[in-house]
Design a protein around this ligand. Structure first.
Ligand code: ATP
Ligand code: MG
Length: 169
């Protein structure tokens, strides 16, 4: 399963509706500094709810709303190769914001999205997304910490946790 298209509407620097295709294998996004390359990655993290973990490049969620258009919402839809569609929308209100998730056009909770993704091996603290600085951090880790990451990716860590929990009980 891979992302085939990202639809961005009023998210960060994308004031106009923008469709970005992704290809199986390798897709490179190139462009001048400040042209919005990292904002595309942010838009994907935003939908996958991965943006709240390590990688948020915004102080608060409402910073994701484009500042030029005057609109109060930002919306991103990811379409996967199996035709799954995941959409997230945020709406600025007088005293905060609302966040909405849609799985195949039906509203759902963030928990449902996270469970859906976890079944497919995509986890907020996983390494599905390798951000700038991650590689050097991994290089600087101790052998044991690095082993922990490999266990995590291989799916072994989950069983270690369960075993530890069982021993405590
Ligand atoms: P670099 O090559 O330097 O990494 P980049 O292509 O990754 O650049 P981004 O970080 O994606 O660039 O985009 C930065 C631009 O996005 C800045 O010009 C910033 O003003 C703009 N931007 C960020 N948030 C918003 C927002 N909410 N509304 C409008 N523009 C925004
Ligand atoms: Mg960048």
């Amino acid at each position: 399963m891979h992302i085939v298209q990202v639809d961005i509407d009023n998210f960060k620097s994308f004031s106009r509706k923008t469709k970005i295709p992704f290809y199986e294998g390798f897709t490179v996004i190139s462009g001048p500094n400040g042209s919005g390359k990292s904002n595309i990655i942010d838009s994907i993290l935003f939908v996958l709810s991965l943006s709240t973990s390590r990688t948020l490049r915004a102080e608060k969620l409402t910073d994701f709303i484009n500042t030029m258009s005057g609109k109060n919402t930002a919306e991103v839809t990811l379409t996967f190769s199996d035709e799954t569609k995941i959409r997230r929308r945020i709406k600025r209100t007088a005293n905060g914001y609302y966040s909405y998730y849609y799985l195949n056009e039906k509203t759902c909770s963030q928990t449902e999205i996270l469970e859906y993704l976890a079944k497919r091996g995509i986890k907020p603290h996983g390494y599905n997304v390798v951000m700038q600085g991650d590689i050097s951090r991994i290089m600087d880790m101790s052998d044991l910490e690095r082993r922990r990451i490999i266990d995590e990716i291989a799916g072994v860590a989950e069983f270690d946790d369960k075993k530890e929990q069982a021993l405590v009980e």
